[in-house]
Write a protein that binds this ligand. Structure first.
Ligand code: NAD
Length: 475
């Protein structure tokens, strides 16, 4: 089946006529031939978004009327959730159970911003002059949204929902490997009454379509999720026009386990490291353990890792699916070899599974030195480094000893310690006594090289709106 670009409310071929196969990484099956957009197509999509913006049909609709469309979209996604989850599962190679959760979260995201936006407005401000100060919240204009392949649908909704709720027009560039659910979302949005041109989707190579979007002069805001390397390039591309930019980038998050923690829970927290086969910006790819319980926690962690079921993405029992591609699997494997060469001890996994697909056995290393490559670089695969620490200060110092600062966990029963460590760790997000840290209702994003700005929660509304100050003289 061919999937075309989605521009101005309808499917259109790429100007070049190029199509590329989109594959299932679990078995090499071709899921669709997808049109490959380039700079001209991005230009056409931005022009459509700008026309929609200028017509005012969407941006001048009342917040309540926009919310009604988004609520219909949320319901439409729920009605088709099983098909969308299967599509996402096959395209990314991820377990169907995880894909279901992400589609559900996407639907909830539209519902959440539909509820938030009618209550989101400016304020009156007392000023030192005779008159009244007011602030207005206005949409930004055409937003360019660039999304990675690991959570294609969920991350798309994190950007599209607040952008649309506020009345912006959007051009979305999904990752080349995983454009299918984003294209379906655009169709669903059109079916529930989103005016043409308000949401456009241009799949295509990052270097051509993505960069054209980031530097297009009519794009006023760029929201990017992906690697730190590409994120800093996007920042440069957006700089000439002084666009608003938000970046959600890489991570090397740590899970800090203190000796007083519930070790049953902490030692079993492997899903925080290996969810989505570790292809998760928030993956706890480092586990820092107080030395007194180091051996015990390593043992438990390894045992729970060995129990994870690797299998076909659509199998209900699967916990670890395929990695996104054989190239990526080889890259992950290269990191594992490097860890062994540098002297870390591989306790389990660290091997590609024979046969079709890009399956990889989750790897756990112990005796890792903080300077080793596997403790420093984002691997973006199922590889965990477990390091010991002696004091709370050392734990915080180790947690902060990378260029990243996205997420993390700490495990302790001591509330005062929890508060001290939470304050000491330099991340945008951190959770206590759980390996999970993404909530639709809470801001999400990183510090240091993990990014700029926050998505989700009410904070996302700041990104997709401008504050206008109005003064009405009473003289
Ligand atoms: P990537 O940076 O290679 O690609 C991300 C997107 O950017 C894709 O759509 C790609 O086509 C596009 N792109 C590539 N080159 C471009 C360019 N020159 N100009 C504009 N766009 C370009 O990342 P990926 O491999 O798709 O995803 C993995 C990375 O994403 C990891 O580093 C991961 O940590 C990060 N990530 C971060 C978050 C977060 O919220 N912080 C969430 C998920 C993934």
């Amino acid at each position: 089946m061919d999937r075309l670009l989605w521009i101005d409310g309808k499917p259109v071929p790429a100007r070049s006529g190029r199509l590329a196969p989109v594959l299932s990484p679990a078995n090499g099956e071709t899921l669709a031939q997808v049109a490959q957009g380039g700079p001209e197509d991005v230009g056409a999509a931005v022009a459509a978004a700008k026309r929609a913006w200028e017509s005012g049909e969407w941006r001048r609709a009342t917040a309540m009327d926009r919310a009604k469309v988004l609520l219909r979209l949320a319901e439409r996604i729920r009605a088709e959730a099983e098909e969308l989850a299967a599509l996402e599962s096959r395209n990314v190679g991820k377990p169907i159970q995880e894909a279901r959760g992400e589609i559900g979260m996407g639907a909830d995201c539209f519902q959440y911003y539909a509820g938030l936006v009618p209550a989101f407005g400016g304020s009156t401000v007392p000023v030192g002059a005779p008159g009244t100060g007011l602030t207005f919240r206005e949409p930004v204009g055409v937003c360019g949204l660039i999304v990675p392949w690991n959570f294609p649908f969920a991350i798309t909704t994190w950007k599209v929902a607040p952008a649309l709720a506020l009345g912006n027009s959007v051009v979305l560039k999904p990752a080349s490997a995983t454009p299918l659910t984003a294209l379906r979302l655009a169709e669903l949005a059109s079916e529930v009454g989103l005016p043409p041109g308000v949401l456009n989707v241009v799949p295509g190579p990052g270097g051509a379509a993505g960069s054209a979007l980031a530097r297009h002069p009519d794009v006023r805001k760029v929201a990017f999720t992906g690697s730190t390397e590409v994120g800093s390039e996007v920042l440069r591309l957006a700089a000439d026009d002084v666009k608003r930019v938000s970046l959600e980038l890489g991570g090397k998050s740590a899970s800090l386990i203190f000796a007083d923690a519930d070790l049953d829970k902490a030692g079993a927290s492997v899903s925080g490291s290996f969810g989505n086969a570790g292809q998760d910006c928030c993956a706890r790819s480092r586990v820092l353990v107080e030395r007194a319980v180091y051996d015990e926690v390593v043992e438990r962690f390894v045992e729970h890792t060995r129990a994870l079921r690797i299998g076909e993405p659509l199998d209900e029992a699967t916990q670890i699916g395929s990695l996104i591609s054989s190239e990526h699997r080889d890259k992950v494997d290269g990191y594992v070899r490097r860890g062994v060469e540098q002297g870390a001890k591989l306790c389990t996994g660290g091997r590609a599974r024979a046969g079709a697909g890009s399956f990889y056995e989750p790897a756990v290393f112990r005796d890792v030195d903080p300077a080793m490559t596997i403790a420093q670089e984002e691997i973006f695969g199922p590889v965990v480094a477990i390091l010991p620490f002696d004091t709370e200060e050392e734990a915080i110092r180790l947690a902060n000893a990378t260029v990243y600062g996205l997420s993390g966990s700490l495990w302790t029963r001591d509330v005062a310690r929890a508060l001290r460590v939470v304050r000491g760790v330099e991340t945008g997000v951190i959770s206590v006594n759980t390996g999970w840290s993404v909530h639709l209702e809470m801001p999400f994003g990183g510090v240091k090289r993990s990014g700029v700005g926050r998505e989700l929660g009410p904070a996302a509304l700041d990104h997709y709106s401008e504050l206008k100050s109005v003064f009405i003289s009473e003289d």
